[in-house]
Design a protein around this ligand. Structure first.
Ligand code: KIV
Ligand code: ZN
Length: 526
């Protein structure tokens, strides 16, 4: 059986993507099984070496999605996360066993703060736990990763002892996470250098152990720290698309990959990532999680290659290297163009989707095409971004139980504003009319009346997808229900329709997460 390190030359960096585990763990970013499979397929195609597909013990849903991703993956190693608990490790082993290249990733905290306040264990007890659990994992699979949670706040001599124990018990990759995003680049590099030197001194064939960086972005240093770890001897970087992840997120995969590609002079490494798929991956993850990508986000933000000031535009027209260190096509950005209109046919639409990186099944293509026709009738110009927003919406609602059928709103300076809505719930069309303190409130009151629920609106945000007064509005809605949080995103030239869609998408996600709506649809069906 081959593990990633078998084919790793000294300058090859293993890209370990944890969008589906650390990324999905962040509040509001939950994905359905279909969405996870779509993301995993794209990660596999783009050359991600290791896909951390989930945390199998967390729920049956997590177990099933890790197992399904394991069955489908063509190239990537599929990792399942497990705490240092025998039942977790057995479950992770079961979930990844169908993969061509399975990995168990097990972790335990090593810092004094975690040992004292969270684990209530002594250092020696944790050493015993590491020896037992890594050996258990190694009996199930050949490829075992062990992580020292909160490594960066662990005394170096104890961290070295823990790592030596894990390696001797059979770990093949050692991950030293900056769990709380506290380290600086020079500290993080030094930690890797010291731990690796210790292992090389004590363990025969220690140079075959792959050291891994896993950084959180609490101080905005996740990518810088991950790159610094390479100088300290790490050869695996754990990262996520768009930097999705716990709290401030993880190191962004697209930034790590493009820093290595663009600055080969000071970062003499290589990854196996097909960079032209980075934009597509960013858009897909943003669409399925409904987490908008910040406009000025490095590499994949919509302004990342936009030049606004006169001086910059002048330089760009003379030679693009004046203000561009990477070309947009190198990361898969297609030039915004006015290519589609109301006379465009189905074949042209299909070609356009292909150029934008979408491959839809026949039904989804038909739905997207009729939405495109409606949009082209209402909007003077249809940009690539409009088509992307429209298709992302189709993907988001494809499996939904609740759908918006129609919405009419009476707004203006003399309230109260009123909304009349038709919604389909489990195949039944329901009509409701509600008043509200403003048109958005009236719209959301209709949804509340049709599908009574306890969830609270925690965020409501509106952006314009393109420019002009006929631009599509893109609305994000976040709902919180107890310990669950979900985000929905809708787009339409009408801001209120986009708002209703976003709310309904979030409700669908909540229903999927809870396994039920936690609410009853009103029986007043038409
Ligand atoms: O941040 C962290 O320490 C983790 C571990 C589970 C690897 O995500
Ligand atoms: Zn993490």
């Amino acid at each position: 059986m081959s593990t990633p390190q078998d084919h790793v030359s000294p300058d090859r960096v293993v890209i370990f993507d944890t969008t589906l585990r650390d990324g999905e763990q962040c509040p509001g970013a939950s994905m359905t099984l279909e969405e996870k499979l779509e993301v995993a397929d794209l990660l596999d195609t783009m050359g991600v070496d290791v896909i951390e597909a989930g945390f199998p013990i967390a729920s049956n849903g997590d177990f099933e999605s890790v197992a399904e991703i394991a069955r489908r993956a063509k190239n990537a190693v599929i990792a399942g996360l497990a705490r240092a608990i025998p039942v977790d490790i057995a479950r992770a082993g079961e979930a990844v066993k169908a993969a061509r290249r399975p990995r168990i990733h097990t972790f335990v905290s090593t810092s004094p703060i975690h040992l004292e306040h969270q684990m209530r264990k002594t250092q020696d007890q944790v050493i015993d736990i590491i020896a037992g659990t890594v050996a258990q994992a190694r009996n199930l699979v050949d490829d075992v990763e062990w992580s020292a949670m909160d490594a960066t706040r662990t005394p170096i001599d104890y961290l070295q002892r823990c790592v030596e124990t894990a390696v001797k018990a059979g770990a093949t990759t050692i991950n030293l996470p900056d769990t709380v995003g506290y380290a600086t680049p020079s500290e993080y590099e030094a930690m890797f250098r010291q731990v690796r030197a210790y292992i090389l001194d004590r363990v025969p064939n220690g140079e075959q152990i792959v050291f891994s960086a896993h950084c959180h972005d609490d101080l905005g240093l996740a990518v810088a720290n991950s790159l610094a770890a390479l100088a300290g001897g790490a050869r695996q970087i754990e990262c996520t698309i768009n930097g999705l992840g716990e709290r401030a997120g993880n190191a962004a995969l697209e930034e790590v990959v493009m820093a290595i590609r663009t600055r080969g002079d000071v970062l003499p490494f290589a990854t196996g990532i097909e960079a032209t798929l980075l934009t597509r991956a960013s858009k897909l993850v943003s669409a399925v999680t409904s987490f908008p990508v910040q406009y000025n986000k490095a590499i994949v933000g919509r302004n990342a290659f936009a030049h606004e000031s006169g001086i910059h535009q002048d330089g760009m027209l003379k030679n693009n290297t004046t203000y561009e260190i990477m070309t947009p096509d190198s990361v898969g950005v297609s030039k915004t163009s006015l290519v589609m209109g109301k006379h465009s046919g189905r074949a042209a639409f299909r070609d356009k989707l292909k150029a934008l990186g979408y491959e839809l099944g026949e039904n989804a293509l038909n739905d997207a095409f009729s939405r495109f026709k409606e949009l082209a009738d209402r909007k003077k110009v249809v940009y690539d971004e409009d088509i992307e927003a429209l298709v992302d919406h189709e993907i988001a609602v494809a499996h939904d139980r609740m759908k918006l059928v129609s919405l009419t709103v009476i707004a203006g300076s003399h309230g109260p504003q009123r909304a009349t809505m038709k919604m389909e719930v489990d195949g039944v069309v329901i009509t409701e009319e509600s008043a509200g303190n403003g048109p958005v409130d009236a719209t959301f009151n209709c949804i509340q009346a049709i599908v009574p629920h306890e969830a609270k609106l925690a965020l409501y945000q509106v952006h314009a997808v393109t420019e002009g007064t006929d631009a599509q509005a893109e609305v994000s809605v976040r709902l919180e229900d107890g310990d669950k949080a979900v985000t929905g995103r809708g787009s339409d030239p009408d801001t209120l329709v986009a708002s209703a869609q976003a709310y309904i998408i979030a409700l669908n996600k909540l229903a999927t997460k809870r396994g039920s709506l936690n609410a009853q649809a009103q029986p007043a069906a038409e």
